[in-house]
Design a protein around this ligand. Structure first.
Ligand code: APR
Ligand code: ZN
Ligand code: ZN
Length: 366
């Protein structure tokens, strides 16, 4: 066991606190990771606000990279010294979903079995099974994916959550490719990553939609060919018009990614699709939201698909090293998502900045 400094949310709505926690030595199948960088995500704030569950105290932070310090018995995935990006859940490799090659639907995912604790022995709930606003954290070895150690920790750590969700929504879920049009509604960190993913895949046009002009600038800098301010114009008509300009007869975009998580933007995405288009929902709705009232004939009248993208439908062992290599070779600008590097004591200040629109990601450097 060892003691490290970490950011803990003790009670609903209370500001987070920098405190000492106990990190056990890794047991069978576990690893202790020395964290180098961890992005501040909306989900951390949702935990602190009690919006996810009531399992306080939470050890926050979950978009992280670091170096494996030690591993427990039977660990073969990683070894001490490996530079890794962390993912939410290790897959089992043995259930029906894993056996048919669809690890993203694994029925038996797991995290570390042992618990990290506060100094008084209270068990901590690590955010998304990680808890990486900490000098060191304990995870299941399968939550660690080795990536190129030359990569900047702050940039590749973001692959552990929001950036992966966005890029994966475009590439994995939406199957964006060259010869296809993509529209992204909502250009926060997730939406801009979806724009970058669509551009990386060679799609054109890549249409970014938001109600905030600053967000549209960020989307443009990351590969959007067109921007639509939906506070000024009808985004459905604009998307249809732009797509028809490129592909004669197109009735909308081949892929529309909803990255806000609201019924009204989902409805825009539904109608902005080409007849055979795919709608990808990656924004996370709240439990009280319902599918907008739609004439069933409008669902029938279009083919295509209505999909959701969970964690960008990623396979960390495939996607983290691949995207890291695209980053180090200059084809994917992950640095664009790192708006500022901050200290471990600045997480609360980063939460406050989240809503002013200027920050894609604040990243804690350790
Ligand atoms: N139309 C278009 N864009 C909108 C609208 C709207 N009606 N309402 C909000 N937006 C834009 C905001 O201006 C912002 O740029 O959606 C974006 C949301 O971005 P963020 O709040 O930064 O959220 P982000 O981290 O990108 O996550 C997006 O995915 O992970 C989930 O919980 C997260 O639901 C959220 C979504
Ligand atoms: Zn499984
Ligand atoms: Zn996150």
């Amino acid at each position: 066991m060892q003691q490290v400094q970490a950011v803990v949310a003790r009670a609903k709505g209370e500001p987070v606190e920098l405190t000492t926690i106990n990190v056990p030595d890794p047991g069978p199948g576990e690893a202790v990771v020395k964290i180098q960088a961890c992005g501040v995500c909306h989900t951390d704030l949702h935990y602190r606000e009690g919006g996810i569950n009531d399992d306080f105290p939470f050890l926050l932070g979950h978009e992280a990279s670091g170096t494996v310090e030690s591993v427990g018995e039977g660990v073969t995935e990683v070894a001490p010294g490996d530079f890794v990006v962390l993912n939410w859940r290790a897959v089992c490799g043995e259930c029906r979903a894993c056996k048919r090659g669809e690890h993203k639907y694994c029925f038996a995912t797991h995290n570390a079995e042992q618990k990290m604790t506060l100094e008084d022995g209270t068990e901590l709930s690590p955010a998304l099974g990680i808890g990486a606003f900490a000098e060191k954290t304990l995870v299941a070895a399968g939550q660690c994916t080795k990536v190129d150690p030359e990569a900047r920790p702050a940039a590749v750590g973001l692959l552990g959550c929001g950036v992966m969700a966005g890029i994966g929504a475009a590439i994995n879920t939406g199957a964006a490719t060259r010869g296809r049009s993509v529209a992204v509604i909502g250009c926060g960190g997730v939406g801009v990553a979806a724009v970058a993913g669509a551009a990386l895949a060679g799609s054109s046009p890549v249409i970014a939609v938001d109600i905030d002009a600053k967000k549209l600038e960020a989307a443009k800098a990351n590969g959007a060919t067109h921007t639509v301010d939906s506070s000024q114009v009808d985004p459905v008509e604009e998307i249809k018009r732009i797509c028809a300009e490129t592909y004669e007869g197109a009735e909308g975009a081949d892929v529309v990614i909803e990255a806000v998580g609201r019924p009204e933007t989902w409805k825009q995405a539904f109608y902005a699709r080409d007849l055979a288009g795919v709608l990808v929902l990656v924004g996370v709705p709240t439990p009280d939201m319902t599918v907008p009232d739609l004439p069933l004939i409008d669902v029938f009248g279009r083919g295509g698909a209505l999909k959701s993208s969970w964690y960008g439908d990623c396979l960390p062992s495939r996607d983290f090293p691949m995207l890291t290599d695209l980053y180090t070779s200059g084809r994917l600008d992950l640095d664009a998502f790192v708006s500022e590097e901050i200290g471990i004591g600045d997480v609360e200040a980063a939460f406050a900045k989240m809503h002013d629109g200027s920050v894609l990601r604040s990243v804690v450097i350790l």
